[in-house]
Design a protein around this ligand. Structure first.
Ligand code: SAM
Length: 215
């Protein structure tokens, strides 16, 4: 089967999990095989996390779909991602915010930031900026953000990330030590914070000043 056919089959399966059409359409446009190491391209359309080196993973497609769906991304939004990895999740969000929006994505491991940058360039994305730094405290320079997507698990939601959300903004973040859960953090127009929990997940840890220590 060609990559295109495998991709269509994967997206069809996600459709039955209740993912919104805009997210599915975005994922249908993105060549996920360009975001994994060349030797495992044949596995790119299996709904599973895959190793991308440095003990890190590209998240499973259903998890990317769920997080992007919960974020309710719109054309023109300013987005922060913490944990670029392969760049695939950033590409999905870039599709959803379009040419008038922008995704700033932070990665702490230099070779992965380079890998993601190349993948995003090869796939033709110009509205994503990959930055090499500890993103556990966010990125003040391009804040405030309409949406924040954290793709690694934090001990708790870092306060600087909450501060960098715009009023009316949303953040999705896996939180927990032994057991992780996916939290949605909403900031009301008046700055009030609401947290909703969406169930158990498994992510690599957020390492850094507002995350776990690098033991
Ligand atoms: N979003 C990625 C994708 O689409 O491939 C998957 C990300 S992977 C599950 C989590 C990433 O978070 C890893 O690449 C890891 O190096 C990164 N990470 C962990 N702590 C970080 C931090 N403090 N700042 C930036 N990136 C961090």
């Amino acid at each position: 089967m060609e990559f295109g056919e495998k991709r269509a089959e994967l997206i069809d399966n996600l459709r039955y999990q209740g993912i919104g059409k805009n997210v599915l359409d975005a994922m249908l446009r993105i060549p996920r095989h360009l975001f994994v190491p060349p030797q495992i391209r044949g596995e790119a359309y299996i709904d599973t996390p895959l190793l991308i080196g440095h003990n890190q993973t590209i998240s499973a497609p259903h998890m990317v779909a769920i997080m992007c769906d919960l974020l309710n991304l719109k054309e023109g939004q300013n987005v922060l991602e913490v944990g670029t990895g392969s760049g695939y999740n950033a590409a999905v969000m870039a599709e959803l915010v379009g040419g008038t929006g922008h995704v700033y994505s932070v990665e702490r491991i230099a070779p992965l930031a380079g890998f993601a940058n190349e993948n995003l360039m090869d796939a033709g994305y110009t509205n994503v900026t990959v930055m090499l730094e500890d993103g556990s405290g966010g990125d003040l320079l391009h804040s405030p953000y309409d949406r924040i997507c954290v793709t690694c698990a934090a001990p708790e939601s870092p306060q600087p990330l909450i501060k960098q959300l715009k009023p009316g903004g949303l953040m999705v973040i896996p939180v927990g030590t032994d057991h992780q859960q996916l939290n949605i953090v909403k900031k009301d127009a008046d700055g009030t914070i609401h947290v909703e929990t969406k169930g158990g997940v498994v992510f690599v840890p957020l390492i850094g000043k507002y995350g776990f220590s690098d033991r």
